[in-house]
Design a protein around this ligand. Structure first.
Ligand code: SF4
Ligand code: SF4
Length: 249
């Protein structure tokens, strides 16, 4: 039996936050969004779940990889979430993303492979003592409503994600090579592309309204970076992606 309780220290509310498409659209005025593509090798334990929820791809050197494709609040790892308040609480608690509700479990991993996610990272104040609630028994999540809700949403959006991925690979031939390169990075690599590439692919959304909200979030995120020199890539991406969004308004 494994135990876990969030003490609301706020320390995991920083850096990239993977979102469902619905959560990304709901919070387009708050989070600077990207679509992050993460290739997963066939031998990895996340492969089967990633294949179900994402996209399967043959690299130019004929390797089969599953690709996790997540709309993501694209925030540098040392920078806090824009929804985190000064007293370390979530300003959007009632509407916080499914990803935050299901923490520390991760739906892109099979249920039996969640145990190591219950080990707090260095500096995190999660309570994993026997006094905390029992959350994982053997290989089963005990209180599973949030995990199941996130996974159900990801399964429902999977056909759309697949058609988007197919389309982007056809129209941007360099994506295949970028994914193959990302796969070679030690510890796993990623390719981040504009959220506009996905927004264009969503059939029933008010693109102009969402793009306008996203320009505000990207501009605000750029201001939060300040003059810090280490985040040049984020600054450049925010600017490029705001230009792409302008073309949708
Ligand atoms: S939305 Fe709320 S819970 Fe989620 S990362 Fe941001 S501050 Fe934390
Ligand atoms: S690091 Fe742990 S205790 Fe702190 S907010 Fe995140 S889940 Fe809660």
């Amino acid at each position: 039996m494994r135990h876990f309780r969030c003490t609301a220290c706020g320390k995991c509310c920083a850096g990239w936050l993977p979102l469902t498409i619905s959560d990304a659209l709901l919070h387009a005025g708050r989070f600077p969004l990207a679509v992050v593509w993460t290739p997963v090798r066939q031998a990895a334990k996340d492969f089967a779940a990633t294949e179900r929820l994402g996209f399967t791809f043959r690299t130019p050197d004929k390797k089969t990889v599953a690709v996790r494709i997540c709309p993501t609040a694209y925030i540098p790892p040392t920078m806090t979430c824009p929804a985190l308040t000064a007293d370390n609480l979530c300003a959007i608690h009632g509407a916080k993303p499914l990803r935050c509700k299901a923490m520390p479990f991760f739906p892109y991993r099979d249920e039996g492979h969640q145990a190591d996610l219950l080990i707090p990272r260095a500096g995190w104040d999660c309570d994993v003592s026997p006094l905390a609630p029992s959350v994982y028994d053997g290989k089963t999540i005990v209180d599973r409503a949030d995990f199941d809700a996130e996974r159900a949403e990801l399964l429902a959006q999977a056909p759309l994600i697949r058609s988007y991925a197919q389309r982007l690979l056809e129209t941007v031939p360099a994506m295949g090579g970028s994914l193959a390169k990302a796969l070679l990075k030690p510890g796993g690599g990623h390719v981040a592309v504009s959220f506009a590439s996905l927004l264009r692919h969503l059939p029933n959304e008010d693109r102009s309204r969402i793009a306008a909200r996203q320009i505000g979030a990207l501009t605000e995120a750029s201001h939060r970076l300040g003059t810090e020199s280490g985040w040049a890539e984020y600054r450049r991406n925010y600017q490029d992606w705001a230009w792409e969004m302008e073309r949708l308004t």
